[in-house]
Write a protein that binds this ligand. Structure first.
Ligand code: ADP
Ligand code: ZN
Ligand code: ZN
Length: 732
């Protein structure tokens, strides 16, 4: 009897919405689902993932190609992760092969065996043990390393030693320390300098107890705590018992680059070397962190949104910090919400998940109202700090120095005199957003976008903030030849200049993407800011996120009107969150804070409510408005986008797509559009969109499931770039 050959179903990274069948050479043992295999695909050889096995394929036996190589001895995705990714592919209507590839570290997407990612550790040599650190008085950092390693005879990984590599090399040259390859056992967590935890406030204690009382099963929590209320402390004290029970904790944050202080706090408390997954890691480091999480040697994994796909051997808890933050949603390829996938994953793993924020998203507040999430509230600041006093500053008819009103200058003066630090917020970098010809009215525009170029005076450049296009500042108007070109409007660079004129004796520090391009520049700047080596801080939203500046007593939002009149229905929510987050930087320690919000629209109801009643009242009103207008979270949306270099093509394609969708829409699903995107041309491409909306989530999924596969039949599909965005957070 001849054995029936096994057919392997493989997900191959391709834009096709299906898996592919391959046969397995007789000599090869059957790889488990989740294993990587090398397969021929057209003329290429690609790395695919085994989804399953079967005895028969629809493809005739002689057409089946064979798996060329099984790449892993063990699956890289366990069953749970495969289920999560399968679900994500279905829910976001993204091809399964590309979905799985998105979740893999880059090195595992490549052909060939996984790179050697053995972890190098350092330990003392015998000679090193014999040294007395007193002989090294003048090499403080070498002393530090020796002391740390003397306390840790089993050796430590590179990143547990807080010194530059040159220091380690110097010690190695002396023959005092040596590098070795650690076994998985030796990679076990390392306690270096664990600090003790403060006693919790009553409210923190309530939150912690509530989670602990149900800590072994799935419960989603919303931790709604005002800025400075000690959310991070609650995380820390919930993580501790998990680590003690040898469970792993996954912490998702919006942007690691913006939260170096958070990483520090975790390290100080637990003394662990935390595998940090983020985009600045090189591919090898990323794979290492992934493997440490998978083999259980990393007890704590802290990462940005893609870390939600990290394999965990022994998971106990998932935390999503700043759950309202837009950067938790991926904006290309697999357009997933890391927050929503985290909740899905926690349900599947049957463990608790905590979503934390000072300004929760309306979606999460709605889920609390629906009793899907358990509410944890920290309404007061921890450690005796008080809520800052917030007020609107009416700019109408005020004397102005650029964006700084006379009244604000006085307030700044007052705080500086009282030795307070001042933080000014303006979400617009560059010198001026417009360059205008005073003679003829010409305006410098990007030739690739429907947008104006921003003037960057210091670098002598005009830059497009939408496509990155840049050029030298024109010396003469290209239309009339006049040399009288004016920068109109205010960006951070210009405000910095004004501040230096107004406060010549004060130290002004600007923090935005331009000033922090260099590696390490941001954490150096934040360090200066936190340590009061600067008097006036000025910056964009980079300043708003979770930083702790204990000496800031005044926060001023220079232009609150920026977000008031946007077309996106989420603009109000975004602006409110940003203002509250920025305001939260004031008065974080023992000094009381003041928050000034400059506006030309002091009567605007949204601003008034936010300032007078706070975020919860604002959020309630905003939710009520969403209910009345039938917008998310009271409705579900998907956005089909298309773009092309030919102007008419995207809309023509979407018209065809709409015709395909209409039979599935019925009465319960609305189709809006197609319409041009608000900024129609961007980076040389024309863009349009079609919105699908319904009050019933299941109806949306029903329609997408039937509709999306049919798009392949449209004649223009190869001529446009298109994407489907389920639960879009930007509807433009
Ligand atoms: P959040 O994450 O909500 O902004 P943090 O956890 O950063 O708040 O706490 C704000 C400040 O209060 C920090 O300096 C922190 O050390 C301090 N803090 C938090 N909880 C306590 C506590 N129980 N006792 C004393 N200080 C605390
Ligand atoms: Zn001109
Ligand atoms: Zn541009």
């Amino acid at each position: 009897m001849t054995a029936v050959p096994v057919i392997i179903e493989v997900a191959v990274p391709s834009p096709l919405y299906r898996s592919f069948d391959y046969k397995l050479p007789d000599t090869t043992s059957v790889p488990a689902p989740g294993t990587r295999v090398l397969v021929p695909f057209g003329r290429q050889r690609l790395v695919g993932i085994v989804l399953g096995h079967k005895a028969h394929s629809d493809l005739a036996g002689n057409k089946l190609k064979a798996v060329q190589e099984v790449l892993d001895p063990q699956p890289v995705f366990d069953t749970g992760l495969l289920q999560l990714l399968n679900w994500a592919a279905r829910y976001y209507h993204h091809p399964i092969g590309e979905t799985l590839a998105t979740a893999l570290p880059v090195l595992l997407r490549k052909t060939g065996k996984p790179a050697n990612t053995t972890l190098h550790h350092w330990q003392l040599t015998e000679l090193g043990h014999a040294q007395s650190t007193t002989d090294l008085q003048r090499a403080a950092r070498q002393v530090q390393v020796l002391e740390i390693l003397q306390a840790q005879p089993q050796g430590l990984p590179r990143d547990a030693l807080p010194v530059p590599l040159s220091v380690l090399k110097a010690l190695e040259d002396k023959g005092w320390i040596e590098c070795f390859v650690a076994s998985p056992q030796q990679r076990a967590p390392v306690i270096t300098t664990a600090e003790s935890a403060p006693a919790l406030t009553t409210q923190q204690e309530l939150a912690v107890q509530k989670v602990l009382s149900g800590s072994d099963r799935f419960t989603p929590y919303l931790l709604d705590g005002v800025t400075g209320s000690g959310k991070t402390e609650v995380y820390l004290q919930l993580i501790a018992p998990q680590l003690a029970a040898a469970k792993q904790v996954l912490v998702l944050v919006p942007e690691i680059g913006l939260t170096p202080q958070l990483v520090d706090r975790f390290q100080q408390r637990f003394g662990l070397t935390i595998p940090v997954l983020h985009s600045a890691l090189n591919d090898t480091e990323r794979l290492q962190a992934w493997q440490q999480a998978a083999d259980g040697s990393a007890p704590l994994v802290l990462g940005t949104r893609s870390a939600v796909f990290t394999p965990l051997k022994n998971p106990g808890l998932i935390i999503v910090d700043e759950e309202h933050d837009a950067s938790l949603k991926q904006q290309d390829g697999l357009r997933y919400s890391a927050r929503d996938l985290a909740v899905w994953r926690a349900r599947q793993l049957d463990i608790p998940v905590i979503l934390g924020s000072a300004t929760p998203s309306l979606e999460s507040l709605y889920n609390v109202q629906q009793e899907r999430y358990t509410y944890l509230h920290l309404p007061e600041r921890a450690g005796g700090a008080q809520h800052p006093h917030m007020h609107l500053m009416d700019l109408r008819n005020q004397g102005m120095h650029g964006l700084l009103s006379d009244a604000l200058l006085n307030i700044i003066q007052r705080h500086l005199q009282a030795s307070g630090q001042v933080l000014l917020f303006l979400n617009r970098r560059g010198f001026a957003p417009v360059l205008l010809c005073h003679a003829c009215g010409w305006v410098a525009e990007c030739h690739r976008c429907d947008a104006r170029m921003t003037l960057h005076q210091k670098r002598g450049e005009l830059r497009c903030h939408h496509c990155g296009n840049q050029r030298r500042i024109d010396a003469f108007c290209p239309d009339c030849g006049s040399s009288e070109l004016l920068g109109i409007g205010e960006g951070t660079e210009r405000v910095e200049q004004t501040l230096k004129e107004q406060f010549p004796d004060q130290r002004v520090l600007r923090i935005d993407r331009d000033s922090t391009r260099r590696k390490g520049a941001l954490s150096a700047a934040l360090d200066d800011a936190g340590n009061a080596r600067t008097d006036i801080l000025l910056g964009t939203q980079m300043l708003a996120k979770g930083h702790h500046f204990p000496n800031v007593t005044l926060v001023a939002v220079l232009d609150a009107d920026q977000g008031l009149f946007s077309t996106d229905f989420r603009a109000g929510e975004r602006m409110a969150q940003l203002i509250i987050q920025v305001a939260g930087r004031a008065g974080r320690a023992d000094k009381p804070g003041e928050v000034v919000i400059q506006t030309h629209h002091p009567d605007h109801p949204l601003l008034q409510q936010l300032v007078e009643e706070g975020y919860p009242a604002f959020a309630n009103a905003a939710l009520e408005e969403r209910r009345e207008t039938g917008l998310p979270p009271y409705a579900s949306m998907a956005l089909l986008r298309a773009e092309a270099t030919a102007a008419a093509l995207p809309r023509a394609f979407l018209e065809q797509a709409r015709l395909l969708a209409e039979p599935f829409a019925g009465n319960s699903v609305q189709l809006w559009g197609p319409v041009a995107a608000p900024m129609e041309r961007r980076a040389g491409r024309y863009r349009a969109q079609l919105l699908v909306q319904t009050a019933q989530r299941t109806e949306l999924q029903r329609l997408l499931k039937q509709w999306i596969p049919q798009l392949e039949t449209l004649k223009d599909i190869r001529r446009v770039r298109w994407s489907i965005d389920v639960d879009p957070i930007d509807t433009y």
